[in-house]
Ligand binder design. Structure first.
Ligand code: NCD
Ligand code: ZN
Length: 351
């Protein structure tokens, strides 16, 4: 049994408001605790999207009542909200800019709008971007020109990680996250997953992209799940939405990489706790830790999971590192597959 700090996931989708049949603040934060995660930062691509005070309150009021781990909510950037009348940046996880196509309608195509946000959002609060390939290179340049830090979400391709490495070497204030699914799956897994169930943004990449992520692991600042639950029925439909659940499988997958000597335990703690805490200004959680059984090998199965989505792309994966117990601010919140935390016991870390 090992003891680790409560983990931080800077990229999850809770589906509140608008799609609580996929996930809600209780099921999503239960999944987080079961995965050893005690703080989640949640994305704004809900319905309606979270882009102003009224929509922010829809998410936060529900979280206040139902969340069982700590949290903050991102604000989504739109063409018209770069001057934030009613929302203070200090109240949210950060600003999220969608610069490529994905699930939901939030997307900024015009670079003038990117610039307005990069200029107006205070440097003390994070800006996270969904920006792939050329788009990523372009927004890194703009962030540098306007002298502000920038966090790149779910890096998946070889050229992306190499550009970020080079940018860091040149002193650019850039950080990035990689998902477990881009580390452990590639396009060669698409046939076995099947259509719909292999749909995710960014798409599963080539073996060479996947190898580049491992080879440049030192360039990766955070492991973030991009937990993006959609139900089995939705994934099996003719127009399947992209996204994989990930909260409950991230730690066992990464601990399996430790067991296989691909990374060290310190590498893991740095990317699943220490760096996210620093980059996103996340306050410490006193008396908070997780206890994990490292000896017991088991197979991932959705049957054990708390997410409402009902499936995992890692079904049957042999892993180590079952989370036995989670203690959050002195109270046992999760023990032996049982949720003990009371709804509403999670705290908004930006209050
Ligand atoms: C995410 C979702 O379903 O909200 N889907 C995904 O494939 N990652 C959207 C996103 O994070 O881009
Ligand atoms: Zn996402």
């Amino acid at each position: 049994m090992i003891r680790l700090p409560g983990l931080i996931d800077v990229h999850v989708h809770m589906r509140v408001p608008g799609a609580t049949h996929k996930e809600d603040w209780y099921s999503g934060t239960a999944a987080a605790l079961a995965g050893g995660i005690t703080t989640v930062l949640t994305m704004p691509n809900t319905s309606p999207p979270i882009t102003d005070k009224a929509s922010l309150d829809l998410s936060l009021n529900s979280a206040k009542e139902h969340a069982i781990c700590d949290y903050a909510q991102y604000l989504g950037a739109t063409e018209t909200n770069s001057v934030h009348d009613n929302v203070s940046p200090s109240q949210v996880a950060g600003l999220k800019m969608y610069l490529n196509d994905t699930f939901g309608k939030l997307r900024l195509d015009n670079m003038l709008h990117w610039i307005q946000h990069l200029k107006n959002w205070p440097v003390s609060s994070p800006v996270a971007v969904h920006a792939e390939k050329e788009t990523m290179a372009a927004v890194i340049l703009l962030a540098a020109l306007y002298k502000r830090p920038l966090h790149i979400c779910h890096v998946s391709k070889k050229e992306e990680i190499l550009i970020i490495k080079q940018a860091k070497q040149n002193g650019f204030n850039i950080t990035c996250e990689v998902t477990p699914h881009h580390l452990f799956l590639s396009e060669s897994d698409i046939p076995a997953l099947g259509p719909g169930f292999s749909e995710v943004r960014p798409i599963l990449a080539t073996k060479s992209d996947q190898d580049a992520l491992w080879k440049n692991f030192s360039t990766i600042d955070c492991i973030a799940t991009d937990h993006a639950p959609h139900t089995i029925q939705e994934k099996a439909s003719t127009n399947p939405p992209p996204g994989f659940p990930g909260l409950e499988t991230s730690l066992p997958l990464m601990l399996t990489a430790v067991k296989q000597n691909r990374i060290t335990l310190d590498d893991l703690i740095l990317r699943m706790h220490t760096n996210p805490k620093r980059i996103f200004n996340i306050p410490g959680q006193p008396d908070t830790y997780i206890e994990v059984d490292l000896d017991n090998q088991f197979e991932i199965t959705e049957k054990d999971h708390f997410s409402k989505c009902g499936w995992t792309p890692f079904e049957g994966f042999p892993v180590v590192g079952k989370v036995k117990k989670v203690t959050l601010r002195g109270k046992v919140a999760y023990h032996n597959q049982k949720i003990l935390a009371q709804p509403g016991s999670g705290k908004n870390i930006r209050l």
